[in-house]
Write a protein that binds this ligand. Structure first.
Ligand code: SF4
Length: 219
């Protein structure tokens, strides 16, 4: 890993921000939808999640009590488009049961970030990326989300090996950046748009705003 003192992450962010503009992201309407979406988006594209959210909305099930009142088989059918729907229905119900036990969103808002993170991670099927996405976008805590795009892009840039643990990578970013909610939200969103549209498995380096600095740049 490049030394955090070099603050290379900040330079990468500034280049992405200049190119893509502020992303105003996560693509959901309210904190509850963000929490549901964070589970549904595991291992699938957001377009599939949108269809599932639309089905839940049509069924008027996009609230804590309404969603928990649905039989698991019906919930699974409604979120079918997001893939792994039986597993995700169980995960969603487990997470929302904990949320209700804790007093809903209001209860979670009162909890300190590290304690809430541990609480989320204790739910079966909630990994670090899902927990941190919920913390960053639904609960507005400045934690850095690491996903597959982050690993791919920063490995290709030669700044990490790609084999670091989630915690090592999150710390690497957090040491270089001021703990600012908008910065963390927007930086992750920039990484997603680059990973999704430019630095894909087959990269489109000719349209990449990082190409000048990238040792892997093609063409
Ligand atoms: S120049 Fe190519 S390999 Fe490097 S970050 Fe951009 S798209 Fe990825």
């Amino acid at each position: 890993m490049a030394e955090p003192g070099e603050a290379v992450a900040t330079t990468v962010y500034q280049r992405l921000r200049r190119h893509f503009g502020h992303r105003d992201w996560w693509p959901a309407d309210d904190p509850f939808e963000i929490i549901v979406g964070a589970v549904l988006t595991q291992n699938t594209a957001w377009t599939n999640v949108e269809k599932a959210l639309a089905c839940l909305r049509d069924r008027q099930a996009l609230s804590l009590e309404a969603l928990l009142a649905l039989p698991e088989a019906e919930l699974a059918a409604l979120i079918r488009s997001s893939g792994y729907y039986n597993i995700k229905a169980a995960r969603l119900r487990a997470l929302l049961a904990v949320m209700r036990e804790d007093g809903g969103l209001a209860g979670w808002r009162k909890r300190e970030t590290a304690a809430l993170r541990r609480r989320l991670l204790a739910v079966k099927g909630v990994g670090e990326e899902t927990a941190d996405s919920i913390l960053l976008y639904a609960l507005e805590r400045p934690v850095f989300v690491i996903d597959a795009y982050t690993r791919r892009i920063f490995t290709r840039l030669g700044l990490i090996s790609g084999k670091e643990s989630y915690h090592q990578l999150a710390s690497w970013f957090e040491q270089q950046l001021r703990a600012d909610l908008d910065l963390f939200q927007d930086f992750h969103a920039q990484i997603v748009v680059l990973g999704n549209s430019v630095c894909r498995p087959t990269p489109r380096c000719d349209r990449c705003p990082l190409a000048e600095e990238c040792p892997q740049a093609e063409g």
